[in-house]
Ligand binder design. Structure first.
Ligand SMILES: Cc1ncc(COP(=O)(O)O)c(C=O)c1O
Length: 351
């Protein structure tokens, strides 16, 4: 049965200006979606003008970190229609993250209808330029007011949106991190929950103070196996083979990662999902092999890495115009923009 979503009684005047100069995630669109969970049921699903929340200072999310989010994008296709990319995979991951954090599932029809309605209402906010998209942030927080370490009985599920353009202006300089860890196998690294990000700020801040854009995390057991970077999965191209860390349970199952691997396999490019140590990278650099490295994620799409620092020494990655990562980026772009056929039904067309 379809969940009813109440629409705003007063329409907010469209407030869109040129969004290209806006910093990522700074300016929300005119509306937001919100639904409440209590007594085992979702209720009061509605779209409202974007507004502040009223929340008890005792809300459990503020103390014990029961918060989960997703990050996805709506694109303006070349024919003017809007598509939300890979809504199904984002939904599935949201449900898995919620399960890991003992939070209630959101029915798929509620998730999809809420996105459809919100994006339709704020359609003027979906940029049409080459790098533009509307970033969508579905998220859930434990709203029950109670001091005491427990799983909450009440939650808010919300969706907000913000126009996005190029995430990184230039290829990145990253440092292989061997002291601090982001996540351990058996922990919450594969869930998109708030604590994973809060815990990463300190080591990332140290790396930034040393002139790096990001860290390349290594595994918690050996500190040798590459994990991921910031809000991106790590990918390498060594001697023409695409190599990316396997889904060990401590990294996120990235939607961009999955899309790129699917495309690469279809195009007949060699792909390996396996453990890769920084020592293997070092050996490739020292033997003079051509190494491409990039981060793959919804926000940054493909972020080329120009330099990887290992044990305090910089190594240059290949970023020339004929790099394979740019071909992959173009294939992905062409699907999202409707330039080539969407053989996997990845584009969820609005309207
Ligand atoms: C920790 C982490 N790894 C990887 C990714 C890339 O995932 P996706 O391609 O689904 O955005 C993200 C972003 O969501 C992330 O936060």
């Amino acid at each position: 049965m379809e969940t009813t979503i109440e629409m705003p009684s007063v329409s907010v005047p469209g407030n869109v200006t040129d969004t290209r100069s806006l910093p990522f995630g700074k300016v929300p669109t005119d509306h937001m979606f919100i639904a409440e969970y209590a007594d085992g049921k979702w209720k009061n699903a509605r779209i409202t003008p974007f507004q502040d929340l009223v929340l008890s200072p005792m809300a459990l999310c503020l103390h014990y970190g029961q918060t989960v989010f997703e990050g996805m994008k709506a694109f303006r296709m070349n024919d003017g229609r809007i598509n939300v990319f890979r809504i199904d995979k984002h939904y599935d991951r949201f449900i898995k993250s919620l399960d890991r954090m003992c939070m209630p599932a959101v029915p798929k029809d509620l998730f999809v209808n809420a996105i459809d309605r919100l994006v339709s209402l704020d359609a003027d906010w979906v940029p049409s330029d080459e790098d533009g998209s509307l970033y969508l942030r579905p998220f859930m927080i434990a709203s029950e007011g109670r001091i005491g370490v427990k799983v909450a009985d009440e939650y808010l599920f919300m969706i907000i949106a913000s126009p996005a353009h190029k995430y990184y202006a230039a290829p990145l300089r990253v440092k292989v991190e061997t002291e601090y860890v982001r996540a351990a196998e058996g922990g919450t690294g594969a869930a998109k929950c708030g604590g994973n990000y809060g815990g990463a700020f300190y080591p990332t801040g140290l790396a930034k103070a040393q002139g790096f854009d990001q860290v390349l995390w290594t595994d918690a057991k050996t500190h040798e196996l590459i994990e991921e970077s910031g809000t991106m999965n790590a990918m390498f191209v060594i001697d023409g083979t695409i190599i990316t860390p396997r889904l060990s349970g401590s990294i996120l199952d990235g939607v961009t990662r999955d899309s790129l691997l699917t495309i690469a396999r279809e195009k007949g490019m060699p792909v390996e999902e396996r453990s890769i140590s920084y020592k293997e990278l070092l050996a490739a650099f020292t033997s003079g092999k051509r190494v491409e490295a990039f981060g793959a994620g919804t926000a940054a799409v493909i972020a080329p890495i120009a330099t990887i620092s290992i044990d305090g020494k910089d190594h240059d990655c290949y970023t020339g115009d004929d790099a394979l990562m740019y071909r992959l980026r173009q294939y992905l772009y062409d699907i999202r923009k409707g330039i080539v056929a969407d053989g996997h039904h990845w584009n969820h067309i609005i309207g």
